[in-house]
Design a protein around this ligand. Sequence first.
Ligand code: UD1
Ligand code: MG
Length: 491
Amino acid sequence: MNIQKTDPAVNNRMKKTRNNEKYKVGKNAQGKDMEIDVAFFSGKERAENSDASSAVKNEKIIKPVNGISAVILAAGKGTRMKSDKTKVLHEVSGKPMLAHVIDACFEAQVSDVTVVAGANIQELKSFAAARYGGKNIRFVLQNEQLGTADAVSSVVKAKIPLKDGVMILSGDTPLISADTVGFLIKMFTKKSDGGIIGVSFAENPAGYGRIVRNSEDNVIRIVEDKDADDREKTIKVINGGIYIIRKDSLERNLGKIKVNKAKGEYYLTDIAALMYAESRPLIPVDVPYRELAGVNSRAQLAEAAKIRNKKVLEKLSENGITIVDFDTVYIEEGVEIGSDTTVHPFTVIKAGVKIGKGCSIGPSAHLRQGAVIGNNCKIGNFVEVKNSTIGNNTNVAHLSYIGDSEIGSNVNIGAGTITANYDGVKKNKTVISDGAYVGSNSVFVAPVKIGKNSVIGAGSVITENVPDDSLAIARPRQETKTGWVKKRRKK
Ligand code: UD1
Ligand code: MG
């Protein structure tokens, strides 16, 4: 076995927290059990204190890598989701999980992307055509879902021209960032002659493969949750399902993976032990758990969405936006908000929405696709805005629906105002020009246009255009019969 030295400082630190034990790794030529020192990490020590450099064998001469191909596994049935829709197209932060993974690759300058699909191949192809149009994403069909190793084998068998470094990702790990993909590539390119694996500390590691390492920090093997014994179950360092493996090592070892008898599947994770046996082990690279969280169930989908949301809110906060309550504000990725805007609790803001500076949004506002809000606006409680622009200094403060509308600046929209944009066949536009004042509980039956500085009487149902500087009242006139009640009593 090719044992290399690790930085002694790292080793000393590790010894304090590690619980080293003998671990059987198979039989030698004489049929005797071979044992090695294994560190059963159950604490946070790796995830918090080190990066791959602690595991790196600096004295090794690493052959340079010529390019990275990404292979994204997405053929699985996703049985645990109990859904008609294929798992990887379920959305996190308004975007299909698979798109998160593809985008992370593209953003990290990995343009060679192959997706392994199964029975869902048509569904995935239509998604890719709609979302990425001309961009070339290759699809390979895995005939039967015989496990993650079989999925990767199907790419090799399809003779896809892979580059020297094969990055394998899962379509159900949607939180991975482009920065992390870039970091993993850097670690792989510089430091590994076999491969690297993204690992993480998980407070609740149930369901994940556990990383078993030796005292040199190399991965000896990965044990799936189902197959782990009590001791292995205590390991909290998990397999994040992202690997970069040298193409030759991958191709050589894939064929050696045996079927897991209990599950009838070929596990890609078994490659760790094979690579260890040929002294080109996988090197663990720490990635924060919030990027590796895998989605196998609806509950995990919610967990992933929550993690993603927190990240979005943190970023907005850093840019000078006040989010009053991180637990109840939900903002999708790709929302632009100007500084000094405050977002109050129970507000939902969808991807693509733009909000200016100094606004007050919510509580309980719902800003949907195509909403563009100017500066210093108030969008108050129970207000929904969709596909509409709202000018500067305009208030829509209470209980309104603004859809397919163009609302100018310095407009006041009274409580309960509704734009009736849908005639049952198509959507129609409402225009309310600068300086207009709309009384409460008005309905605009679109298409309709209100001129500048005009006033709409409360309770009006507006079906016709109103010119500039005019008053429109469109409600039954009030009739008051003085003394009517007294007269009735006398009868
Ligand atoms: C896998 C890993 C586990 C790791 C976890 C991280 C294996 C055996 N286990 O477990 O160690 O902690 O991911 O999230 O790899 N897929 C195919 N074809 C198949 C089977 C799966 O394409 O035949 C795809 C799935 O669509 C999915 C990905 O591979 O996107 C992972 O499969 P999944 O069944 O979710 O594996 P996990 O049980 O999560
Ligand atoms: Mg999974």
